[in-house]
Design a protein around this ligand. Structure first.
Ligand code: UFG
Length: 328
């Protein structure tokens, strides 16, 4: 498959009305691929579906079962429940919505002979890391149900790719941020740091809470690896190209640089010109102190190199997007 980099592929993008899925669909379409977005709009937005995509509203597994026979070359599977806190209070929603749906999707791929899969996995599969930066060989000990369901799917993909010759790649995202033009992060229930800080800048939120200032880090706040959503999306295109029949490859996607919560808030102040009041609050349960990726494997095997690593630039793209949504 590595010898056909420019071939137009017919691709199904589940969750293509969501944040990462919509940016990825846009980049795939710009690269000349034929994209069908499948989304049940439970958390996605109809107007985030790229205008040049075919859109099918519905459950990913059900639609895959019905449509994959129409000559699809591959699936990019983004559709998922992804709120860590909710996964702890309503685990059934996550085992069903993530694991069962993905299993049914894999069965549909097997039944229709669909041979390529790129799956959205997560840094949450590693849990509290034993060392930093985190390579793919690190132990997978998820501390929340969300991460456990994504890890379970990774295991299922390994079995299916071996048994049915599927060329599969799992991409383990660290902290996705930024935006791509009109495609960005707009969750109804927002839990992520950068969009929440920007809501303070727009005046939609009074202050940002800093969850813990007693971590063993230089300024006491937790450190994360923020990766621009466009760099992340481009890794999916490379994964499609380099996927190998019958193999399941796993890659971490991060910039390799960590920023503290205070550094992110400062970047948001600089970028927006707003004061952004902040208050220290207790640690959020289950938050590791430092999560930074080693993405060496993605560099070596996919030729992936994140290009938008400047934190102010990432925040600026998110801010432009946030402002564009203000009067919608
Ligand atoms: N934070 C705050 N205040 C807030 C929100 C977040 O201080 O109002 C802090 C968090 O405690 C954390 C950091 O900002 O230290 C980043 O938090 P996010 O919620 O933005 O992201 P997480 O690191 O918790 O989550 C990310 C992905 C998840 C994934 C997880 C893996 O978004 O999907 O990494 O641990 F599961």
């Amino acid at each position: 498959m590595t010898d056909e980099p420019t071939k137009t592929l017919k691709l199904m993008v589940t969750g293509g009305a969501g944040y990462v899925g919509s940016v990825c669909a846009a980049r795939l379409i710009e690269a000349g691929h034929d994209v069908t977005v499948v989304d049940d709009l439970s958390t996605g937005h109809a107007d985030a579906v790229h205008p040049d995509a075919t859109f099918v509203e519905g459950d990913a597994a059900e639609v895959a079962g019905r449509l994959l026979g129409d000559g699809f070359d591959g699936v990019l599977h983004f559709a998922a429940k992804s709120l860590v806190g909710e996964s702890m209070t309503d685990p059934a929603k996550y085992w069903e919505g993530n694991v069962l749906t993905s299993l049914r999707l894999l069965e549909a791929m097997r039944d229709h002979g669909t041979k390529r899969l790129v799956f959205s996995s997560t840094a949450a599969t590693y849990g509290e890391p034993e060392s930093s930066p985190i390579p793919e060989t690190a132990p997978t000990q998820p501390t929340n149900t969300y991460g456990a369901t994504k890890l379970a799917i990774d295991h299922a993909i390994t079995s299916f790719s071996r048994a049915h010759g599927i060329a599969a790649v799992s991409l383990r995202y660290f902290n996705v941020a930024g935006a791509y033009g009109s495609f960005g992060e707009r969750h109804t229930t927002e839990t992520h740091l950068i969009p929440l800080v920007l809501q303070v800048a727009t005046g939609d939120r009074e202050r940002i809470q800093i969850f813990g200032d007693d971590y063993p880090t230089s300024d006491g706040t937790a450190i994360r690896d923020y990766i621009h959503v466009v760099d992340l999306a481009d890794a999916h295109l490379l994964a499609l190209r380099h996927a190998a029949d019958g193999e399941h490859r796993i890659y971490n996607l991060g910039s390799g640089t960590g920023f503290s919560v205070l550094e992110v808030i400062e970047a948001c102040r600089r970028t927006t010109g707003h004061e952004i009041p902040a208050a220290v609050a207790p640690r959020r349960a289950g938050d590791p102190s430092v999560l930074v990726a080693s993405s060496e494997r993605a560099g070596d095997e996919l030729g992936w190199k994140p290009e938008r690593t400047d934190l102010d630039g990432i925040v600026a793209d998110a801010w432009t997007f946030t402002q564009s949504r203000q009067n919608v």
